[in-house]
Ligand binder design. Structure first.
Ligand code: ADP
Ligand code: MG
Length: 801
């Protein structure tokens, strides 16, 4: 192949894929130079404000924001200095330009991303269409809104902040501000609530315009597939999970059931199957009429044997609180899918949460896609560049630090077994403690944090343990982690977004800590994702500070075992046991490779999940758009006049055209909501059942989509049916009909939560084989458990009848 053809092909390929990561800052520097030319130092406050007012006017008259950028950024820069005593560095301005262009800026921890976001937020809010900034948690939304607020207010823009527990009226006010700080989750819940409104004036959101996502990889990748759910009270009876958990407890591992190597899936053996069939007196558990039982039983087994208290969840105040697999932190308002949640509650003998029905649901990813323009910032984007491009069309631009990072990242200390690792770990911490060098230890779980803390207490070292119970308190502790002699133990993402200053809040201690080498970060486990490891390391060495990081790992660590990384290692190390660390660099290399493979697999899993969700999301979008049209401009009505002409004209003569119109609008909304709720319940059932039917040689995705599509085709018809039925069943008095009286309105109470996608990921993992070693998932061997899809479909047809 000649050179030219090669070049052409490469060019096409790159164009096809789009540039994933940009390193060249040349184009941005050119714009920066123009910004630097504007000198506002001598302008009075009044002059700055007038300039801002002029920019606002220009933007509202339709000037392109690109044209206003230079002046706007110069203004923000000067104002930032006057109001909060920080003047954005050149690199921060560059990052601000990148973000205005709808790209993702990668900047190290501590480089001042909070301030960077102000630049594109101000510029994009000039037009009056509202900018959202999504923060990592509620506490940071609060902190950033009040920290950055003075800049916006000085320049004549308003700032709002959403917090959990705010009233609808307060939310509406916060969203009507020019810039709104909130978590993605809160904004998403409000979106769902808006789609259950019966009156236009109750809507809290405005039309979406531009969103800036902080800690973007966490929200856009790790949390993206998490469905936000709004549920409402109903009176449906729940099946009894208590009995099933009791039965599950009575089964024996390796006799009645087996788990796969990754402990992600659980299967009944033929003998287990027989026991269950005897207990329930049924001939064949796989018969379609027992499908519900089979699903619930699977959930009970899952709850009993695969989910562990204090690792996967904790029990607090009589409630299950889920520990996030990624962060090791407790996540509020998170549920497993309904049946599994109930099974875990039964396992812990808790009162079952009120089982309502799901009224609406959207994944964070699809929610974020609703913004016409999106940008973000994070310290760790590159490893996920491919995914960010594929899902969000985001290009990552790497912004160098203001001062070169001199943190030293040591290679791992790798041990053959856990005890050797723990001993070395404690020795290392002890050593730091005697010299008073501050050390931050990142663990994989709350449980591990607490064990390590106890071991340290035994040797007379006191430490702070962060166990993810309160963001604000946690931030305060983390902020002190750089004080001399501090030993802080936390799960690996606790306190994300909080700055660790060397010397803590006492500036005079800074020099002492600097002379000791700065902050020392120890990781006690490699994480599934390289990004999370990098986040941890990034807690040291901020803004040119000295610092170092090191991971202590062992070949017995969860990660290594769960994914069989051992099999990648040279034979010699697979059964070796020694107290000193392994000094062969090849071992480190293979562990790194293992991590990359796991990342690739997780990406595949997320892609598969996305493929499952895409059609349902499309349907959701269509339904919701239509609902909001009916709500906001009352269009698309007139069905009743045709369908029930007699009753309609009688009522119309009683109540007048306008009120009839209103009545049809309310009934239509009601019918749409009812039918959509039923639709979602149906889909949840299909999805939960379908993993039991997979691997039987069918393409589960295709089958799933086929059923979902068929269901959706029916939806329109069901809505019309409900409208007509509702209309005809309403009692007519001489005044006409009273909808409120008849309960034709939204649910009396709603609540929101997040479904953790762990379980969903589990079976996708199974479909793909979640193991790295040659030991593929032997799913086929457990064939009996998988019911054929045909049966499933027939089952649903029967249920419908
Ligand atoms: P990041 O989100 O990138 O980790 P933060 O926004 O939390 O960083 O900021 C880290 C620290 O840097 C804060 O203490 C902030 O006061 C400081 N900082 C950021 N930008 C500037 C600046 N231009 N001048 C002085 N200090 C700054
Ligand atoms: Mg930050």
């Amino acid at each position: 192949m000649n050179h030219l053809t090669k070049k052409k092909i490469l060019h096409r390929w790159n164009k096809l894929r789009g540039v994933l990561v940009e390193w060249d800052l040349g184009p941005y520097r050119k714009i920066l130079a123009k910004i630097n030319e504007i000198d506002l130092e001598k302008s009075s406050d009044k002059e700055l404000k007038e300039r801002s007012a002029r920019l606002i006017e220009q933007a509202r008259q339709g000037s392109s924001l690109d044209k206003l950028l230079v002046e706007a950024y110069a203004l923000v820069r000067e104002t930032s200095w006057r109001t909060i005593r920080m003047r954005p560095f050149d690199v921060q301005v560059i990052a601000g330009i990148i973000m205005h262009q709808g790209k993702l800026a990668e900047m190290n921890t501590g480089e001042g991303k909070t301030l960077v976001a102000v630049l594109p937020a101000y510029l994009n809010a000039l037009s009056g269409r509202g900018v959202h900034i999504h923060t990592f948690n509620d506490y940071l939304a609060r902190r950033d809104a009040s920290w950055m607020g003075p800049i916006f207010e000085f320049l004549g823009l308003s700032v709002g902040c959403i917090q959990e527990g705010l009233l609808p009226s307060e939310r509406k006010k916060a969203y009507s501000a020019d810039i709104t700080y909130s978590t993605a989750k809160e904004a998403g819940f409000d979106f769902l609530r808006d789609h259950l409104c019966y009156r236009k004036e109750d809507l809290v959101h405005r039309e979406f315009h531009f969103v800036i996502v902080d800690e973007a990889d966490s929200i856009l990748i790790d949390e993206a597939r998490v469905p936000l759910v709004i549920a409402g009270s109903t009176d449906k009876p729940e099946a009894d999970p208590g009995q099933l958990v009791q039965i599950a407890k009575g089964l024996k591992e390796d006799v009645d059931f087996e788990t796969d190597e990754g402990k992600r899936n659980i299967y009944l053996t033929p003998s287990g199957l027989q026991r269950i069939e005897t207990i329930f007196g049924c001939k064949n558990l796989h018969a379609p009429e027992h499908l519900d039982l089979l699903i619930r039983l699977n959930q009970a087994l899952h709850a009993e044997y695969l989910l562990h208290r204090d690792i996967d969840y904790i029990v607090r105040k009589g409630k299950i609180e889920i520990v996030d697999e990624f962060t090791g932190r407790v996540v509020e308002d998170r549920h497993w899918p309904d049946g599994l949640q109930a099974a875990v509650e039964a396992k812990e003998k808790l009162r079952l949460g009120s089982g309502g029905s799901i009224l609406g649901s959207i994944t964070l990813q699809h929610f974020l896609e609703l913004y016409p323009k999106i940008s973000g910032m994070t310290a760790t984007a590159q490893p996920a560049a491919d995914e960010l491009k594929q899902f969000y069309g985001l290009t990552v631009v790497v912004v160098p630090p203001n001062r070169t990072c001199i943190r030293k990242d040591h290679p791992d200390e790798i041990f053959t077994h856990k005890e050797a690792k723990n001993e070395a770990l404690i020795d290392e911490i002890k050593h730091c403690h005697t010299t008073k060098r501050p050390v931050l230890v990142g663990t994989a779980s709350v449980e591990e944090s607490e064990e390590l803390a106890a071991a340290l207490e035994n040797t007379g070292i006191s430490c702070h343990v962060l166990n993810a119970k309160n963001d604000e308190m946690e931030a305060q502790i983390i902020a002190q982690a750089g004080s001399p002699g501090a030993v802080t133990i936390s799960t690996n993402m606790a306190g994300r977004g909080t700055d660790i200053k060397l010397g803590g809040d006492k500036a005079q201690q800074r020099d002492k800590v600097v002379s000791l080498g700065g902050m020392y970060i120890i990781g006690t486990n490699r994480h599934e994702s390289l990004r999370i490891d990098q986040q941890l390391r990034g807690r040291a060495g901020r803004q040119g500070d000295p610092g170092s990081s090191r991971f202590f790992t062992s070949l017995e660590d969860n990660l290594i075992q769960r994914y069989n990384i051992r099999n990648l290692l040279p034979k010699k190390y697979r059964s070796l046991k020694q107290d000193r660390p392994i000094d062969n660099p090849l071992v480190q290399k293979e562990i790194d490779r293992g991590q990359r493979i796991i990342e690739g697999q997780n990406f595949e899993i997320r892609k598969t999940l996305w493929k499952y969700s895409i059609l349902v999301e499309k349907h959701r979008e269509m339904t919701q758009r239509r609902r909001q049209e009916i709500l906001c401009d009352g269009s698309d009505l007139g069905f009743l006049e045709d369908a029930a002409p007699k009753l309609y004209s009688k009522l119309e003569s009683l109540m007048g055209e306008n009120r009839m119109h209103k009545i049809e609008q309310q009934i239509t909304l009601y019918a749409m909501d009812q039918s959509w709720t039923d639709h979602l319940a149906m889909i949840a059932d299909i999805r939960e059942g379908i993993h039991l039917t997979s691997v039987a040689g069918q393409s589960p995705i295709r089958e799933f989509h086929k059923i979902v599509d068929q269901e959706f085709q029916q939806l329109e018809h069901k809505i019309e049916e409900t409208i007509l039925q509702t209309f005809e069943s309403l009692p007519v008095t001489e005044k006409g009909i009273d909808l409120d009286e008849e309960g034709v309105r939204g649910p009396s109470s709603t609540w929101t939560y997040v479904i953790t996608d762990n379980q969903f990921g589990l079976w996708v993992g199974m479909l793909q084989g979640s193991n790295i070693g040659a030991t593929a998932v032997a799913a086929a061997a457990y064939g009996p458990l998988y019911i054929l899809l045909g049966l499933l479909q027939r089952f649903y047809k029967k249920k419908k009848k």
